[in-house]
Design a binder for this molecule. Structure first.
Ligand SMILES: Cc1cc2nc3c(=O)[nH]c(=O)nc-3n(C[C@H](O)[C@H](O)[C@H](O)COP(=O)(O)O)c2cc1C
Length: 480
């Protein structure tokens, strides 16, 4: 596996999945090229010679919108199916043994260290990504590093970052996110929260940054576990935070309590396809040290209107955790878990072999309650029998259409946490900060008490298929 963004770009290039684009404008042109290419499932893009910026100051986008990029970043073989990738990660997490980062004294990120008057975040060609964005968002493929002031462990997460001025960044971390909890602890002590923001990094660091690990588990240790070696880090002197030694651009500083400083953040073209959360005052970070490599590459992963999936096409970040939680809760015979819809968060599908009356409903209810993958911003939880592949929405819809009587097998339960980014929050709820939504539980399994009398499925049996495929191999060879 590669150890930095440059190594990743080389690998993508060798697979024919990277194009260099010269002379684009940071002001809406890079963002729109990215959008058009993502819609076409096209290659990753490396923008150079950006208008108004010196050659070498680059922006890389569209790196993991496609499965080739995601599989490369996560280390999956190309031939693995989507559901197999989810299952593989779920099984790996179960056995995880954290490997902590390794502190080193020097690394490429120290090639340029700027302090005081020399700090200017506009040095990098940050795009204005979407037409109605309120500013230039440097943090879209960002990892934001914080340390819990009471427990001492280090978290990182991806929370969007908007430039305010040369030395000030506003960041939006939604309620309940680990950085939100940590910064509130510092503020309650009357202190500013130390923060490091990394704007170009090993894609595996970014991937883990978007996955909701349980409280207390450091993403650094998890990346170490997956790689089989500790991530090399350098300690930033002022904040004491570990920053990746091979990162491209890192801003370290302090986030004061919002009553001392907070700034207008948004609007931003969001992952659900709207500018839903508008403009609000959000916390800021005052940069004290700005690090960058020579010829730095800013990594951008801006949202694009669904169905383009700019998070990750295979829902490792949501489905694996939901599946693990169901296993931990003692749910037997779960055959597969997958999450669809914008951000792979909205529609959770669980396939199971029903073992007892109420089994499917129990599984669905639990799935609705788990924050990771099931609950936060999720709206639909669908249970299907074991013959349905939960990663295949056409199959899932077939089950919903033919095995679910809406009168008895759909429940609507109000009052679950959603997010301020939810476009369905009406103006009154938004004003009250009532970030809740109803969830829909759809039981599309054959009704348990008469499942044995349910009409048989109209498909040739496995033996017959195998026999016919063997005998007629020539006829089918171009279609497998
Ligand atoms: C591309 C991308 C952008 C994201 N942007 C935000 C964001 O702006 N704010 C936020 O709270 N979560 C955002 N998320 C979700 C968080 O990164 C995710 O929930 C992560 O687990 C947070 O880390 P934590 O669990 O350590 O808090 C984003 C995820 C992705 C994939």
């Amino acid at each position: 596996m590669v150890d930095d963004l440059r190594g990743f770009l080389d690998s993508l290039s060798r697979k024919g999945k990277l194009r260099t684009v010269n002379n684009a404008d940071w002001d809406l042109e890079i963002g729109t090229i990215n959008e058009l290419m993502a819609e076409r499932q096209g290659p990753g893009l490396l923008f150079d010679n950006i208008k108004g910026y010196p050659p070498g100051f680059r922006v890389a986008t569209n790196l993991m919108h496609h499965k080739v990029g995601q599989k490369l970043a996560f280390g999956f073989p190309e031939e693995m199916s989507d559901l197999e990738c989810v299952k593989d990660w779920k099984d790996r997490w179960k056995k995880h043994e954290p490997i902590p980062p390794v502190e080193i004294k020097d690394g490429p990120i120290k090639e340029n260290i700027l302090k005081g008057q020399d700090i200017d975040i506009f040095k990098f060609p940050t795009p204005k990504w979407h037409t109605h964005d309120g500013g230039r968002y440097i943090g879209t493929g960002v990892i934001t590093i914080t340390r819990d002031p009471e427990e001492g462990w280090v978290n990182f997460g991806t929370y969007r970052v908007m430039i305010q001025d040369k030395t000030t960044l506003a960041f939006y971390a939604s309620p309940g996110k680990h950085a939100t909890i940590m910064r509130e602890k510092y503020w309650a002590m009357g202190k500013a929260c130390p923060v490091a923001m990394c704007f170009g990094e090993d894609p595996l660091l970014f991937a883990l940054s978007t996955i909701p690990l349980p409280w207390g588990i450091s993403e650094y240790d998890m990346v170490g576990y997956i790689k089989g070696k500790g991530v090399e880090v350098i300690i930033d002197e002022e904040t004491g935070l570990p920053i990746p030694a091979t990162a491209e651009i890192v801003a370290c500083g302090f986030s004061p309590p919002p009553e001392k400083d907070s700034r207008q953040e948004g609007p931003f073209g969001e992952w659900q396809g709207y500018y839903a959360s508008g403009t609000r005052n959000e916390p800021v970070v005052h940069i004290k040290t700005l690090y960058h490599r020579n010829d730095p590459i800013l990594f951008g992963q801006p949202p694009v209107k669904p169905p383009v999936n700019t998070w990750f096409p295979i829902p490792i970040h949501t489905a694996t955790f939901l599946w693990n939680e169901l296993d931990k809760a003692g749910m037997i015979d779960i055959k597969g878990v997958y999450v669809h819809g914008p951000g792979n968060r909205i529609i959770a599908v669980i396939s199971l072999k029903q073992r007892y009356l109420g089994h499917a409903k129990q599984v669905a209810t639990l799935a609705g309650a788990f924050l990771q993958g099931g609950a936060c911003t999720g709206r639909y939880i669908i249970t299907v029998d074991e013959d349905i592949d939960p990663s295949n929405l056409d199959e899932v819809l077939w089950a919903v259409c033919t095995r679910c009587d809406p009168e008895n097998y759909i429940d609507i339960v109000p009052g679950f946490l959603t997010s301020p980014l939810d476009p369905m929050l009406n103006p009154d709820k938004r004003a009250r900060k009532d970030y809740t939504t109803a969830k829909v539980f759809i039981n599309a399994c054959r009704p348990y008490h008469w499942k044995d009398q349910f009409p048989p499925v109209n498909v040739a049996g496995p033996e017959l298929r195998k026999k016919v495929l063997t005998k007629w191999a020539d006829l089918f060879k171009d279609f497998d």
